[in-house]
Design a protein around this ligand. Structure first.
Ligand code: ATP
Ligand code: MG
Length: 753
């Protein structure tokens, strides 16, 4: 086969392969030769004309073994196949030429006509018609499917070789023109205007060829190169489109011999005629025309995922995920895989920030609490100083005895003891403040805490001295003052807790409890009188109670009398709004003489005690809500009744029943003496105590004795008896509780034990 033949006329059959098909895949029919020389021939092409290895005779490849190595030609024609790549078949091009002598006579001429009509092939639009020369007019006649004719061409001229530019094919020495689609016959004509006379020195020949322009680049030297034709035939390929069948995809799918097998797509031919090609679907590979069709591509073999990803192959695709310890979508193009630890900075930052903020909040709170605490401590220290705390401390340190008997409580300790002065801890409210029940923890002890309303600073020293004296008072019938707290705005006084309410309550509210017999009333009177006498006489300087009244006589668990608020009226300022007077004391109990003179003496206490005694005998309140002036005040009422000899008419019926008339008369006489208007006419507390005690021993009426015995049997079974042993030796002393003193009375159970 020679390029110098006049015409190259042939029928040829070409294969275009799907993009996904790689030549490494065995894709020829069984028992068919797969290679011709260096060229692999895939189905529907097949080597050997009439060998049956192709889909149809158009796809036969004639492998001419007379060449070494053998050369492949389309069917029985002379178009030599260069390559089968992608969807195109590339064949060797043909170059038309015409050469002149210096006078413009033609010395040589090749015309090219390529005719592939009737085949399933057409010239691809990827080709261009290229003309080389400085005096050339080339024409191109085409015919295609449906016998449509088309003529095209271009003119290439130049006058000076210096005008030419390498790679420039825009009409100066080189021109190019596109071709329409579906063309199957090409006939090229070369013509000239002047027969190259003016340019002959550097361009004796003109050339024209149809081929892939990307494989040719114009060089000015080509114009005078005698080897141009052969070089171009070898290097420039002519691209042919192809299709199978003569139907569109939609039509072919219905027919039995539809060529596209499994996992492949059908693509309609774009050659301007019916026909289609098959192409492996995305993610599949193989030969779509050969059984079993396209097979899955194991994309994971090429590791398409991130280096820290895991690739999982699925039919037609693959999936990426991340290894343990990594986060992300696992793809190379997407988020990839990021080590979890690399997120830690964010987490660490967030955690750090949170902890930082928390630390700041805690620090601020701590600062706030510390400042408040400090302020509270300062305030408490201020109150402590203000309330004479330093003076008290000084006194305590100089007197060991005082130190033992008295305690200075901290504000916090008492707050804890009273559950922060809770409402349910209130025992009662009096003229000077509120009394709370408290529980001390070290040592465990129930106490009564008296919180005054206001404090008079000018009396501070006196107050401290009184507290010290009163804490040293030890008498079984006096409520013990345990200590005080000076860290609060008003000082707090801490007393021993006395369980069974006040004498006032039992006289007026308890509704005649069995234990509240005349005998027990008399015993309480003797105890109270003894305690008052002790305080009037036992200390170096008499301690005047100033507020003797039945609400200030408390009863302990054995119903023993306990005088409360001894001297307390001097420890706390007077609240004018309450039922108290300037000389202190409670209306109804107040000594009229001291009221007049504004002088309080021991005899004021005697008067008040007389009222309590009258209260015990008559069970009447010291002040009654009556309009009768004589009956309003118990003292006036009692003294008047005595004068009018009506004593037994005003006595409490139980007292009358249980006491002997002589005894009652004698005690009433004591009351009368206590209630004398002039203090000096009144007996002393000691006299009162002794007289009362001797009268207690006064024999009773036999019928009353019998009744009392009956009652005491009942009381022995759980209640307190009014039968007590009495010691006449009622000496009282200042000193530790009960030490050196003989109790005035004991409950019967005690003496028996
Ligand atoms: P005054 O203020 O004139 O003394 P008051 O005796 O009625 O009047 P407070 O001494 O303040 O008032 O007492 C109020 C109440 O608290 C009393 O009625 C009593 O019930 C209770 N109380 C006082 N001291 C104690 C105590 N040591 N143990 C148990 N309860 C007490
Ligand atoms: Mg009181």
């Amino acid at each position: 086969m020679s390029l110098h033949t006049n015409t190259a006329f042939l029928h040829l059959v070409i294969l275009c392969f799907p993009l996904a098909l790689t030549l490494t895949i065995a894709n020829t029919k069984p028992n068919c030769q797969s290679k011709c020389g260096n060229l692999t021939v895939p189905y529907p092409f097949g080597i050997g004309v009439g060998s049956g290895c192709s889909m149809s005779p158009w796809y036969d490849v004639n492998c001419d073994a007379s060449f070494a190595p053998p050369r492949p030609f389309i069917a029985s024609g002379n178009l030599e196949i260069v390559s089968i790549t992608g969807d195109a078949l590339r064949i060797k091009s043909w170059v038309a030429a015409r050469c002149y002598d210096a006078s413009g006579n033609i010395t040589r001429q090749n015309r090219v006509l390529i005719n592939i009509t009737g085949s399933p092939f057409a010239f691809s639009q990827r080709n261009s018609f290229t003309v080389i020369g400085c005096d050339e007019q080339a024409l191109l006649n085409f015919n295609g499917f449906g016998a449509l004719g088309f003529t095209s061409g271009c003119i290439s001229i130049c006058s000076d070789r210096a005008d030419l530019g390498a790679g420039d094919c825009s009409g100066v020495g080189c021109c190019q023109t596109a071709i329409p689609k579906g063309m199957q016959l090409m006939n090229s004509f070369l013509g000239t205007t002047t027969g190259h006379v003016s340019v002959w020195s550097f361009n004796p020949c003109g050339y024209a060829f149809l081929g892939d322009p990307t494989s040719y680049s114009f060089a000015p030297s080509d114009l005078a190169d005698p080897g141009f034709q052969n070089r171009t035939v070898d290097n420039v390929g002519l691209v042919l489109d192809w299709a199978v069948g003569n139907q569109s995809c939609s039509e072919a799918r219905k027919s039995e011999d539809f060529a596209c097998l499994d996992n492949s797509d059908c693509v309609d031919s774009d050659m301007g005629a019916a026909g289609y090609r098959c192409r492996c679907s995305q993610g599949f590979q193989g030969n779509p025309y050969l059984s079993p069709g396209c097979t899955d591509v194991n994309e994971c073999e090429t590791n398409p995922c991130d280096e820290n990803g895991i690739c999982t192959n699925v039919e037609g695709s693959y999936a990426c995920s991340c290894k343990k310890g990594y986060l992300g979508d696992g793809t190379r193009d997407g988020h990839g895989c990021i080590a979890k630890s690399s997120e830690f900075p964010v987490i660490k930052f967030s955690l750090g920030l949170s902890f930082g903020l928390l630390a700041i909040v805690i620090a601020m709170t701590w600062l706030f609490v510390s400042v408040r605490r400090r302020a509270l401590i300062n305030l408490r220290q201020k109150f402590f100083k203000q309330n004479g705390g330093l003076l008290l401390q000084q006194q305590l340190s100089s007197n060991e005895k005082t130190m033992k008997s008295m305690r200075i409580f901290s504000a916090e300790e008492l707050e804890n003891a009273t559950n922060n002065y809770a409402e349910d801890r209130i025992l009662g409210k009096g003229g000077f403040g509120i009394v709370y029940k408290g529980l001390l923890h070290d040592p465990q002890q129930v106490v009564a805490i008296k919180k005054s309303r206001v404090m008079d600073e000018s009396q501070m020293e006196q107050f401290i001295n009184e507290v010290i004296i009163l804490t040293q008072v030890h008498h079984r019938n006096v409520v013990k003052l345990l200590g005080c707290c000076l860290e609060t705005e008003v000082p707090l006084l801490v007393y021993e807790y006395v369980k069974n309410d006040t004498l006032f309550h039992h006289i007026h509210n308890s509704g005649g409890m069995p234990w509240f017999s005349w005998g027990n009333r008399l015993r309480i009177a003797v105890e109270a009188a003894g305690a008052l006498a002790y305080l009037h006489s036992a200390a170096a300087k008499p301690i005047i109670h100033r507020d003797v009244k039945s609400p200030n006589i408390l009863l302990d668990e054995y119903y023993n009398a306990k005088i409360a608020d001894f001297g307390a009226s001097r420890l706390v300022p007077i609240d004018q709004t309450m039922a108290t007077t300037l000389v202190q004391g409670t209306l109804g109990y107040l000594d009229p003489e001291s009221f007049r003179t504004c002088q309080l003496t021991e005899k004021s206490d005697v008067y008040s005690f007389g009222v309590v005694l009258a209260e015990l005998m008559t069970a009447r309140k010291p002040l009654s809500n009556t309009n009768n002036d004589r009956e309003k005040s118990l003292s006036t009422f009692f003294v008047t009744a005595m004068k009018e000899n009506r004593l037994f008419q005003i006595l409490d019926p139980r007292v009358l029943r249980e006491g002997s008339l002589e005894q009652l008369q004698a005690i009433a006489e004591i009351v009368k003496r206590c209630l004398k208007l002039h203090g000096e006419e009144r007996p002393t507390m000691k006299e009162v105590a002794m007289e009362l005690e001797s009268l207690r021993k006064f024999s009773r009426h036999p019928w009353i004795q019998q009744q009392v015995e009956e009652e005491s049997v009942g009381l022995m079974n759980g209640e307190l008896s009014d039968l007590y042993t009495i010691s006449m030796n009622s000496e009282i002393s200042m000193g530790p509780h009960n030490s050196g003193t003989t109790p005035l009375m004991y409950p019967r159970e005690h003496t028996e034990n």
